[in-house]
Write a new protein. Structure first.
Lengths: 357, 633
């Protein structure tokens, strides 16, 4: 078993997708289907952000595909005037992998939720991230099962009272960013449904990235888990809680903008939050999303607990490594170059005999 | 009768052995899983093929890679039937049994008919090895094998002796004893040897000393037969008079892989095989992964579900998506097959059936997934089913499956089985020029009948009821599909009751309307009143049994179904033309159930689920009993 370096050139996320030189508007990305999410659903904001952002990519609309699984968020493709597949619960990454491998000229987006991606589809998510297929995965996390009317999800906080857990849920929740980094995802980010500007920035970075980009989007479910992320939106609270990452900048936050900073505990390697005035700005970690070792971004991800006391947002990690689909295609091309497609020769093989008439 | 030709056996005065001509021979090589019996059998098969015999093989091995050495569960065997005429099965019973150890002897000798030849490797018949399989006394030393012609050969000792000069360790030398056995049998049956020597040199190209050792052991076996004169007779089986043309030997799994390559070329579509390793289907993946130069991508997924998911995703993108598995994998893929039914995309699902339920008998054959293939999905989810009847038949069967998938935009299930997958036979190599044109046309223009300039993804072809295949990248045809029910025509989500009823019936009508050839009845007498209907790998035993019945003066008709869904249009009339219909199956009567339900025919179901193919003799008796017992005209 030898590893072969295919020596692929490094490409941007959409470099092989045909571009559109004319002007596009968000309106063109709206399909003629009536949007049927509940009033006040965070999905509306995400849909608007995505439809508003798509024209900025400058790609041909017919070369964009949205693939989803099952759940409220998975209705997303029906509302995008692109190509789209509403597939099976948890399986969208699998379908999207087959599509991305066979069609380098497409920009493939997966829309999924916390139940779809992390519960029934956990295996596919993990392996897609590991392989680094050129897909953009938007994980809508509302910490609840909405479409089945309100059971706890793999991201629900422990002890959650729901229809299926009247005495409180027992499951320890996943931190989706930690999970993705554990699978050595090459691009991981987090954003809030309500912060259009940041969400758009994160989407742009994800689109530019070649490889699997996982974007966790905190999204409010007004019916079954209303206000789950409210503390991150309230003035006064949000400044103390949201730790926004900016590449190349010290990781600081707070009401004054830089009241608190993220510092490394040299004994454990873990990150903690200290007052900048007490430790000095020099001690504050300067964010570098290109650090190869995923343990840096993983440590950052651990600052976010289910209590949302501190919530890290922005791009945790964006590193270059060969994508599965580029390599798979390169192997096919290499084989084609090495050997002509001689079907008759293949069927005959090397050991034949002839029966004469 | 016992002939002692042990390690110290001496030669008797020179005399050329008698050469006896036979029309057919069945040889079974049996040994420990680590003894290389499958390789030995494969090589003898290649020699028979190179010689021009017709042949059929039956490998039989345990699911464990290396069961404890010398035990009954560890016995691996390879049966080969070769003849000077066209044969149909690997043979009911061996004429010759090669037993490499006491376990192999104990597990197999009962299948040898009285007078059969038994060649035993005596070196393994130690007290310890005999005790392992419960022999209290050495069967080679008492009269328990008296009804056979027993040849005792110290194969390990002989092999080690032959390799003494090579400097190879004793253990390595001993490992070549299977080639000694092959050499001996090759001599006995006048087989060509160049192919095997070339094969060994190629196989061990990186270890020339091992290659040389195997060649020496092979020659030693040959020379042993020639010089010791312990074998008074050698045998000749003349080349078979098959249809003219160029032949090669092929297994079912290889034929499927080649058929997939050919289907890609005939359809001019790239192929994506999304799959997960499972016995006995993995060899299709192994073979296809060698042929990427034909535009084939093989994706070894994280599980069965991801394998078919990726295949369907590729089909959505305009490639030909395929997945390969066995019964347990079909269970996992069912939901995605349902999505392919709903999205009406081409998809090939290959099920190499094995013993079930659950993990069952991974390395043994069975045909008990028919009803799973027919009905194993939620909702009304009809899927066409194609079944090859023999190893070589896998090639046209998969090409036909692809034709159906592409023409009707539907998933197609191909049901092979363990016996077909690993068995081999001569294959008349097809000419590429004779392969069908499977090219497809993707949708390129809006098609809305209201002239709105919209694209309706579920507007059907009036002939085939297939929907257009509009692939991403086609401007103006952007559309969304998925598992939710569609509005007839425009494909928008619809919960309308009447529309659902219509769509369920349309999907069924599309599959029911697939064009499949009429079933052909084989009845040389034209006067049979009993019809035997089969499908899949029972083709060989049913055909061989019918020959026996006819040779004995009986009259029986046979019909074999390539298409299980939809069934051939003439089948109802065919069934109605016989007073008795017999359906032999390696399950508890699944096809019989379908025939009874669909045609109200009082079919007799004859079943066996032993993990092994039917024997021709067994079916002969079944047919004869029915012919003689219950003819009601």
């Amino acid at each position: 078993m030898t590893a072969i370096d295919l020596g692929l050139p490094s490409l941007g996320g959409t470099d092989l997708v045909p571009t559109f030189d004319g002007k596009q508007s968000a309106k063109e990305y709206k399909s003629d289907q009536e949007v049927r999410w509940c009033p006040g659903c965070g999905d509306y904001a995400v849909l608007a952000a995505v439809q508003g952002f798509m024209p900025q990519l400058g790609l041909r609309r017919e070369n964009i595909v949205f693939v989803s699984g099952i759940g409220c968020s998975s209705r997303f493709p029906y509302y995008m005037n692109t190509y789209g597949v509403h597939s099976i619960h948890g399986r969208a990454p699998a379908l999207a992998t087959g599509l991305a491998v066979s069609r380098p000229d497409l920009s493939v987006w997966v829309v999924t939720g916390d139940g779809d991606a992390l519960s029934i589809g956990g295996n596919h998510l993990m392996h897609t991230l590991r392989r680094n297929v050129n897909l953009k995965i938007l994980l809508f996390n509302n910490r609840i099962y909405g479409l089945t009317k309100g059971q706890y999800s793999p991201t629900s906080e422990q002890g959650k009272i729901t229809k299926s857990t009247p005495m409180g849920s027992l499951d320890h929740p996943f931190n989706p960013v930690s999970l993705a980094l554990g699978a050595e995802a090459s691009f991981v980010a987090r954003a809030l449904d309500s912060d259009r500007k940041q969400l758009t920035e994160v989407l742009r970075a994800a689109a530019e990235h070649r490889g699997t980009a996982l974007v966790e989007i905190y999204q409010n479910c007004p019916i079954f888990n209303d206000g789950a992320f409210e503390v991150l939106k309230e003035p006064g609270e949000r400044e103390r809680r949201i730790v926004n990452l900016v590449h190349g900048e010290p990781i600081v936050f707070g009401t004054e903008g830089c009241e608190y900073g993220v510092v490394r505990d040299l004994a454990t390697g873990a990150f903690g939050v200290r007052k900048v005035a007490e430790v000095g700005l020099d001690s504050v970690v300067v964010h570098d999303r290109t650090v190869q070792d995923p343990s840096y971004a993983f440590a950052l991800s651990r600052l976010t607990g289910s209590d949302l006391a501190h919530t890290v947002t922005g791009v945790f990690r964006a590193v270059q490594r060969p994508t599965y689909d580029d390599q798979a295609r390169a192997q096919v091309e290499e084989a084609k170059a090495a050997k002509p497609a001689d079907l008759q020769g293949l069927l005959r093989g090397n050991d034949t005999w002839t029966v004469a008439g | 009768m016992s002939v002692d030709v042990g390690g110290n056996g001496s030669s008797s005065p020179e005399a050329d052995p008698e050469v006896r001509k036979l029309d057919r021979v069945v040889i079974r090589f049996a040994g420990d899983s680590g003894d290389g019996m499958q390789l030995t059998g494969d090589r003898f098969t290649s020699e028979a093929a190179a010689f021009g015999n017709d042949l059929a093989t039956l490998p039989n091995f345990p699911a464990e890679i290396r069961a404890p050495q010398g035990t009954l569960p560890g016995v691996s065997s390879f049966q080969l039937h070769f003849a000077d005429y066209d044969i149909l099965t690997p043979g009911d019973r061996p004429d010759v049994l090669v037993a490499m150890n006491p376990a192999a002897l104990k597990a197999n000798y009962r299948d040898l008919p009285p007078g059969g030849m038994l060649i035993v490797n005596t070196d393994e018949f130690t007290k310890r090895n005999l005790a392992k399989v419960g022999y209290e006394t050495n069967p080679l030393e008492d009269d328990s094998l008296a009804s056979f012609q027993v040849h005792k050969v110290a194969m390990a000792t002989q092999t080690q002796g032959a390799l003494e000069s090579t400097g190879l360790g004793k253990k390595d030398a001993e490992r070549a004893k299977n080639m000694f056995a092959l050499g001996l049998l090759s001599w006995m049956y006048h087989r060509p040897t160049e192919g095997t020597e070339r094969f060994l040199r190629e196989k061990f190209a990186r270890k020339p000393d091992i290659a040389e050792a195997n060649v020496l052991a092979f020659r030693a076996g040959w020379n042993y037969g020639e010089t010791t004169e312990s074998f008074a007779v050698t045998y000749q089986v003349a080349p078979a008079k098959l249809a003219t043309g160029t032949y090669r030997q092929i297994t079912g799994n290889s034929a499927l892989a080649y058929g997939i390559v050919a289907a890609g070329q005939c359809s001019k579509l790239p192929i994506l095989l999304g799959t997960y390793p499972i016995t006995p289907a993995s060899d299709i993946l192994h073979e296809l992964s060698k042929h990427k130069n034909f535009g084939i991508t093989t994706f070894q997924a994280e599980d069965e579900i991801a394998g078919i998911g990726a295949a369907l995703g590729a089909s959505y993108g305009g490639a030909l998506g395929m997945t390969t598995t066995s019964g347990p994998g079909i269970a996992l893929k069912s939901e995605t097959i349902g999505l392919a039914v709903m999205t009406e995309l081409p998809l090939i699902v290959i099920d190499v059936q094995r013993g079930g339920p659950s993990t069952g008998l991974p390395t043994k054959t069975e045909q008990a997934d028919l009803l799973q293939a027919m009905f194993g999905r939620n909702g009304e989810a009809p899927v066409p089913i194609v079944a090859p009847q023999s190893p070589a038949d896998c090639f046209p069967a998969i090409i036909d499956a692809v034709r159906i998938a592409l023409t009707y935009r539907t998933p197609v299930l191909l049901l092979s089985d363990g016996a077909i997958a690993n068995g081999s036979e001569p294959w008349l190599v097809p000419s590429v020029a004779d392969l069908p044109d499977l090219s497809v046309r993707f949708a390129t223009e809006p098609n809305a009948p209201d002239g709105s300039g919209e694209f309706w993804p579920y507007l059907r072809d009036p002939e085939t009821l297939a929907r257009p295949w509009a692939i991403p990248g086609t401007a103006g045809l952007e559309h969304r599909i998925g598992g939710l029910e569609k509005q007839d025509g425009n494909g928008n989500i619809s919960y309308d009751p009447d529309n659902h009823d219509k769509m369920v019936r349309l999907r069924q009508a599309k599959i029911d309307g697939i064009e499949v050839p009429d079933v052909v009845v084989d009845d040389p007498s034209g006067e049979a009143s009993v019809l035997v209907v089969g499908w899949g790998s029972t083709f060989g035993p049913i055909g061989a049994a019918a020959r026996r019945v006819r040779n004995a003066g009986g009259k029986v008709a046979t019909a074999h179904l390539r298409h299980l869904n939809p069934l051939p249009a003439n089948l109802g009339d065919v069934l109605a033309g016989y007073s008795r219909v017999v359906v032999p199956e390696m399950n508890l009567g699944q096809l019989a159930l379908l025939l009874r339900a669909k045609y109200l025919v009082d079919a007799v179901s004859y079943t066996k689920v032993a993990g092994l193919p039917f024997k021709a003799e067994e079916l002969q008796h079944v047919f004869t009993d029915i012919i003689e017992g219950g003819v009601k005209r």
